[in-house]
Design a binder for this molecule. Structure first.
Ligand code: ASP
Length: 326
């Protein structure tokens, strides 16, 4: 019999109304499994454990290291696949972290809910059912970490939360989902993950990678005041990877001292390399030593940079690794 391990981290999928108002994490993995109809017919050995009970904005790298170890332990103990239930606000970061730190063909599927269990039309049980089906699917093996929401299967390196409240909040901009769940059955097209595995160690909790979003009229004051606190920086640049001309000397100065990765705040597409030639353009910034983020969005670029720094990578190795995501 196939075995699927469910690991709960918290999030809306596990939230109940509090006496003080609003929903808060309250339910454990067993409660989530008990709310899903149709599992008995799947003939699967399900185990459920609650690792954290947190809203996902409050998860940190220590929690992700613990989760990565727990996922690997379940696979080593014989799980065919692992399902992680998680808050949706940071699901995309956790998915990439697991993709990068668990080297196994076993499906690792992260899911959550946009509506809490007590809401009309709560989506948690359907998402958890679909996630378990994907975790059981031989077609999901070797695809790395997947995010399953609203009957769609997304790859860890593409997926983004793109809406504050819709049950269809998750998209893979520019690429689309890797597959769909049709009548309960996963139909996967499959795009192999980037073949890269990095260690998940406590070293990551001692590092700080800053994410700086650039805006019109930005004079760099935020970066100037905060930049020294960081071991690495991700710039969420304008358009195809641009900053105002006045910021260039400051950004270049940081790039001489620490890795500075150039991503785009647009939400879709890759930073360019050779189109624009004005001060602050992508050509200018790359010439000054910034590292190209490829198709990784700013939040995901930060996860990769933090893992690389924790592994002791130098600038050349960091740049070569980001090149895998072109
Ligand atoms: N704020 C919640 C969280 O990320 C949202 C959710 O789970 O859907 O924990």
């Amino acid at each position: 019999m196939s075995k699927v391990a469910i690991i709960a981290m918290g999030g809306t999928i596990a939230m109940s109304p509090s006496t003080a108002g609003g929903v808060v994490p309250a339910l454990g993995a067993d409660d989530l499994v008990a709310a899903v109809p149709g599992l008995a017919e799947l003939n699967v050995d399900l185990t459920a454990c609650t690792l954290r009970s947190l809203p996902s904005p409050s998860l940190g790298f220590d929690d992700l290291v613990a989760l990565s170890h727990a996922v690997r332990a379940e696979i080593e103990a014989g799980a065919t696949g692992v399902v992680v239930t998680h808050g949706t606000d940071t699901i995309e970061e956790t998915a990439l972290f697991l993709d990068l730190t668990v080297d196994s063909p076993a499906p690792i599927v992260v899911t959550g809910a946009m509506r809490a269990p007590a809401s009309a039309g709560a989506d948690g049980p359907a998402n958890l059912y679909a996630a378990i089906r994907v975790a059981l699917s031989p077609a999901a093996r070797g695809l790395g970490c997947l995010v399953v929401m609203s009957d769609e299967v997304h790859g860890a390196r593409f997926v983004r939360k793109s809406h504050t409240s819709s049950t269809g909040a998750f998209v893979s901009p520019g690429f689309g989902p890797l597959g769909l769940i049709v009548e309960g059955e996963p139909r996967l097209r499959g795009t192999p993950r980037v073949a890269l595995t990095l260690p998940a160690t406590d070293a990551i909790t001692r590092l700080r990678v800053g994410l700086v979003t650039i805006a019109l009229g930005d004079d760099g004051e935020l970066l100037r005041r905060a930049g020294d606190a960081f071991d690495g920086i991700v710039i969420a640049g304008l358009g195809a990877g641009h900053v105002p001309a006045g910021m260039v000397p400051l950004v270049a100065e940081f790039a001489e001292r620490i890795p500075v990765v150039l991503a785009s705040r647009t939400g879709s597409g890759s930073v360019l390399r050779q189109t624009y030639g004005y001060p602050g353009s992508e050509r200018d910034l790359l010439d000054r030593g910034l590292i190209h983020a490829g198709f990784l969005d700013p939040a995901k670029a930060r996860i990769l940079l933090q893992l690389l720094l924790a592994d002791g990578a130098d600038r050349d190795r960091i740049a070569a690794t980001f090149d895998l995501y072109r």
